[in-house]
Each structure stands twice: as C-alpha cells, then as structure tokens.
Design a protein around this ligand. Structure first.
Ligand code: NI
Length: 226
C-alpha cells in the first residue's frame, strides 16, 4: 500500500530546509548503494556524516514523531536517520529493491526496512521527469508530490526514478522498521484507526467507538513486534 503524507512541512519550512540542503556538500550517490543498485544509480547525495544532513534529519524525525497520519500508517519502531539526494542533468535510478537490512555507519544502528520513505523538497514544476515509479500489487504507480509532502511504500516493492531532464529533484529518503512487519496487517490497522478517528469526531464517548478502539489495541497487541 502506498500512502501519501501531505504537508509534513509548510512552504516556509520547506524553503528553509531546501536552502540548507542546497548549501551542503554533495557527493556521488553510489556511496549508499548496494552492489547491484550501484550499477544503475546516478544521483548526488549529502554524506550521512554531514552536519547539515544530521540537523535536517533530526528536524524531519522530530516533525514526523508528532504527525498522526504518519504514525498511524507506519507504526514505526526504528527509523533510519534521513539521507538526501538530488537528481539533475538526466540522472536517474534504475529498477531495484532497497536492501532488507540497513546499518547506519555513525550510530551502528541496524534496522529491517519495512517501509521506504521519500520526502520531497522540490516542487513538481521545478523539474521534468524524476517520477518515482513503484510496482504495486495494483500495477505501477507514478509518484511526484509537492515539496513538503512524503510518500510511504513497502520496501519489498521494485521501484525506479525516471531521468530528470530539466531542473533538479531534491528529496530526503530513508527507511523504517515497523512494529507491524506485514504490509497487509499494517493496512488493516491503518484503515481501522482512520475509521475510528472519524467516528470519534462525531461521538467520542459512544460505546461502539470505545469497543472499536479496544479491538484496534488488541490487534496491535497480537501483531506488534518490539
Ligand atoms: Ni530505492
């Protein structure tokens, strides 16, 4: 299941972050690619040890920590420190699957990648191409979101980025390990939680809302891995 998280950052926050990213030192993106994906990856990245990457990464994680839609959709237990990439001048990334396990050099933290995240810092009208194409069970999905918006997709999906033929596509990308490993189970919990939220607005104290909330937590208790 693909889930868009709109407005993680507003226009002003996005502008400030973009300015900080543009001023950072960028290197060849092959540094974080696995053996196979290095062959088809053409972009630039900010090194994970860069102070800018660390500072902006912390802002992203702090902001997502208070984003209810993100938490409901991802049920994160561990989130990889965000990385940053830029595609320009025809650069692209061929079809690949993200590595199953990611270890962070500086922290030594390892996570299982259940969900892949792309948070856009360029608006779609700033560049041509650069669509994130994800092979989903319903066919191929093409994603190109406004700056400040994020897409979550299962890390099991084959995906690629089409060549950027004008302008630059700047984004943050990272992975997370979910309390709920199964995409199917996570989707059931997400749909249930979103429905309860809507019902709770109408009548928070209704016995059915209380009971459904109990069912949500009891399913989470059955399925969560900590
Ligand atoms: Ni990827």
């Amino acid at each position: 299941m693909l889930i868009a998280i709109p407005n993680v950052f507003d226009a002003e926050q996005t502008k400030q972050i973009r300015a900080a990213l543009d001023a950072a030192d960028w290197v060849d993106g092959k540094v974080t690619a696995g053996h196979q994906s290095a062959l088809t990856k053409r972009n630039s990245q900010i090194p994970e040890t860069s102070p800018v990457a660390r500072q902006v990464g912390e802002v992203i994680l702090r902001t997502l920590g208070t984003n209810n839609l993100f938490r409901s959709a991802a049920l994160p237990i561990k989130v990889f420190p965000p990385l940053f990439n830029r595609y320009e001048g025809g650069q692209d990334f061929g079809t690949h699957v993200d590595n199953a396990i990611r270890s962070h050099g500086a922290t030594g933290q390892s996570i299982r990648t259940d969900l892949s995240c792309t948070l856009f810092f360029s608006d779609p009208d700033e560049y041509d191409g650069g669509e994130l194409r994800i092979q989903d069970t319903y066919g191929e999905q093409s994603v190109k979101l406004p700056a400040g918006h994020m897409i979550l997709y299962p890390s099991t999906s084959l995906h690629y980025v089409t060549p950027v033929t004008r302008g630059a596509r700047v984004s943050s990308f990272f992975w997370l390990q979910s309390m709920i490993r199964s995409d199917e189970q996570r989707r059931i919990l997400f749909d249930l939680d979103q429905s309860i939220q809507v019902l709770a607005v109408k009548d928070a104290g209704a016995a059915e809302v209380v009971k459904l909330t109990g069912i949500y937590h009891n399913l989470l208790r059955q399925w969560a891995e900590m």
